[in-house]
Design a protein around this ligand. Structure first.
Ligand code: PA5
Length: 353
């Protein structure tokens, strides 16, 4: 029997409770909204830019905000994954400093710089040095529950930013979007959960497509791009395997040409096209033509379309599928999806220098 049909073995092999955290994501999103409503707002009104500074699992919420906010916010959202901030950051910038552990050195450095530049700050963290500094500086802190992996906490690390922006009058209609999101995820988890066997479970089938192959995930600019990035990161961290991502229409102008050599290695690639019902009609045409051009070169191509009415539900409908698939892929490789010992080792080694 495949491990994917042995749900007890999967729960037993999941030392950090990644499956449980995924099951709880709908509640996490609802609680995250409440956390964002309860936090004090940073002083001042005239915000010209929003910056989300963080790394890895703490940064992806910034990309979700950037994509979700692009048609709704009248100011740009920039995601900063670095020690330093862009030059424009100043008193009219709202900076969300996000670190699940509160101890990521790049984020601590960017936080200090935001303070020096007089930016309006809000911190999202479980604690650590970041929380200590923010409390000492009188900066609003959204303290999120500890005990799960940062990448399992996207609800906590993203949705409070929506609540803050709503309360500052910069976003509207988000509450209904969060409610739909929770409901939609509740129905999707019934399809993706470990107890649903492989032949009825799209997340397990996606993991089987990826097994012993290199996933290549393609999204579209402005809609599913952040989901493609998320799938790639989740395959890396959960399954401890490589994966790559790109976006339409840009990939039609370079990456597409690269599916000719070496043919035997190309046969180990598996491509997923992540679609959204609101993709630009010309991009939709590009999906079909692109598929026709490169389908025979690779092991397989599949398309998945986001479901849900509001943009939040649609983004998370695809994220949820990728999160489950990456965890099932971990079990196919016989690894525990939770621990990321390589990142831990790297951080420990840098901390000593
Ligand atoms: O998923 C992970 O563990 C990483 O991507 C972390 O999120 C990243 O290293 C940053 O750490 P933190 O989220 O604690 O700031």
């Amino acid at each position: 029997m495949t491990i994917l049909n042995d749900w007890q073995a999967m729960y037993a092999g999941d030392s950090m409770g990644m499956l449980e955290a995924l099951w709880n994501l709908p509640d996490q999103c609802a609680r995250a909204w409440e956390l964002g409503l309860a936090t004090p707002l940073p002083p001042g009104r005239d915000v010209r830019q929003v910056v989300v500074t963080g790394l890895g699992g703490s940064a992806i919420g910034g990309d979700l905000l950037r994509v979700y906010g692009s048609g709704r916010l009248s100011v740009p959202v920039v995601v900063n994954r670095d020690y330093v901030l862009p030059q424009f950051v100043g008193p009219q910038t709202l900076v969300f400093a996000v670190s699940y552990s509160g101890n990521t050195e790049e984020t601590l450095s960017a936080y200090r710089e935001a303070r020096e530049r007089g930016a309006r700050l809000v911190v999202l963290t479980t604690g650590g040095r970041l929380k200590e500094m923010a409390l000492a500086d009188g900066v609003p802190v959204i303290t999120v529950p500890a005990g799960i992996a940062p990448r399992a906490a996207t609800g906590y690390l993203f949705i409070p930013t929506l609540a803050v922006l709503s309360r500052m009058g910069m976003l509207s209609g988000v509450e209904a979007g969060v409610e739909e999101l929770s409901r939609h995820l509740q129905s999707l988890r019934e399809k993706y959960k470990p107890e649903v066997p492989l032949d009825e479970n799209p997340a397990k089938q996606m993991a089987a497509n990826f097994h012993n192959r290199i996933p290549v995930i393609w999204g579209a600019s402005g809609t599913t791009e952040v989901v493609a990035q998320r799938w790639k990161g989740q395959v890396n961290e959960n399954a401890k395997a490589p994966a790559y991502w790109n976006v339409f229409p840009e990939l039609n102008h370079n990456e597409l040409v690269g599916f000719q050599y070496p043919p035997e290695l190309l046969q180990r690639l598996y491509i997923v096209i992540l679609r959204d019902p609101r993709d630009h009609p010309r991009v939709v045409l590009r999906y079909a033509v692109t598929r026709e051009i490169m389908e025979k070169a690779v092991a397989g191509v599949t398309e998945v379309t986001a479901t849900g009415r509001d943009g939040l539900a649609r983004l998370y409908s695809l994220i949820y599928l990728g999160d489950y698939a990456s965890i099932y892929l971990a079990f196919l490789y016989g690894v525990d999806p939770g621990p990321v010992k390589v990142i831990d080792r790297l951080k420990a080694s840098l901390a000593g220098k």
